[in-house]
Ligand binder design. Structure first.
Ligand SMILES: Nc1ncnc2c1ncn2[C@@H]1O[C@H](COP(=O)(O)OP(=O)(O)OP(=O)(O)O)[C@@H](O)[C@H]1O
Ligand SMILES: [Mg+2]
Length: 283
């Protein structure tokens, strides 16, 4: 196909030889299959903020590092320069997370290049070499569901040990490659150590895995890997090889008022983000 405008500079730079076809157009990006030399890769083209659902709600961007204070002040004020800086920070967050996770041994697409708001990465493929399906497009036996769930819990732990929480993990953001599940779509990834919402995000990510695989293996529905993982993490003893049981003893201690207030505040922030999303016309 003729290279779409957003990919032309990459073709001119020699980063892409041929644009083969559009693979998907999601809420935040359009993804293309491209050829680079004799390799097939994929190019994720981020949409401009105005065309995009407002996923970078307060909780995702909290504590995100910006390089200089002028940029930080502009982002806080919401000036045009500030919005551009925020946009650039959002887009480069995914390539940063991919490098960090690949280094930690998490199975994510290998990133090759990030140029002009386009991420060039490995095309994740199935056994036939075609673009891999999302988990949502596949049916599993109870045994398969149990095994993939265990693999992915291991990946979540490895990510957390590397200081990263996905923040939008679900059957739509995990591909089933020939050799197993591959986690994708990380622009909203959260820094586990510096974010007040980290616990809630981790529990939501792990809960999404439980609900999805629990449809095929109902035994999983009673597990509490999220709470178990978070408790080990906050005690500083979580490691990729730490054995997990899926069970968790909830303490019946005195009520944690500050904690309850934080949950209330989180629900309010989430509702505000939802309203903003609806106003920007996204689903
Ligand atoms: N590295 C990859 N290899 C193969 N397919 C990919 C890859 N990255 C993305 N895709 C395909 O493109 C789709 C959209 O990618 P991604 O989830 O990163 O973007 P998005 O805009 O957030 O999409 P959505 O709004 O649907 O979540 C994925 O569901 C997947 O089918
Ligand atoms: Mg996605």
């Amino acid at each position: 196909m003729k290279a779409p405008p957003r990919l032309r500079s990459l073709v001119e730079e020699g980063l892409i030889d041929v644009v083969v076809r559009q693979l998907m157009s999601g809420k935040e990006a359009t993804v293309y299959v491209v050829r680079c030399g004799d390799e097939t890769r994929c190019a994720k083209v981020y949409k401009e903020a105005t065309d995009r659902s407002f996923r970078q709600a307060v909780d995702y961007t909290e504590n995100r590092k910006v390089k200089n204070t002028r940029q930080a002040r502009a982002m806080a004020k919401g000036t045009r320069f500030g919005r551009q800086a925020q946009e650039a920070a959002w887009q480069s967050a995914e390539v940063d997370a991919l490098h960090r996770l690949a280094a930690a041994g998490v199975r994510v697409p290998k990133p090759f290049n990030f140029h002009d708001g386009v991420l060039l990465m490995e095309l994740v493929v199935d056994a036939e070499g075609a673009a891999a399906p999302r988990l949502n497009d596949v049916d599993f036996t109870a045994e398969e569901a149990h095994a993939h769930h265990a693999t992915l819990i291991g990946e979540v732990v490895r990510m957390l040990c590397a200081g990263v929480i996905h923040g939008d993990l679900s059957e739509f953001n995990i591909l089933l490659a020939a050799e197993g599940p591959v986690i994708i779509d990380l622009p909203q990834a959260v820094d586990a150590a510096g974010n007040n919402h980290a616990q809630r995000m981790l529990l939501r990510d792990v809960g999404a895995l439980r609900e999805f695989f629990g449809r095929f293996d109902p035994d999983l529905l009673a597990t509490e890997f999220g709470a178990e993982i978070w408790a080990l993490y906050t005690r500083g003893v979580l490691q990729p090889a730490t054995p997990l049981t899926g069970r968790f003893e909830h303490a019946d201690g005195p009520v944690d008022v500050a904690g309850v207030l934080r949950v209330v505040g989180d629900a309010r922030d989430e509702e505000a983000a939802r309203l903003l999303r609806m106003r920007s016309g996204a689903t």
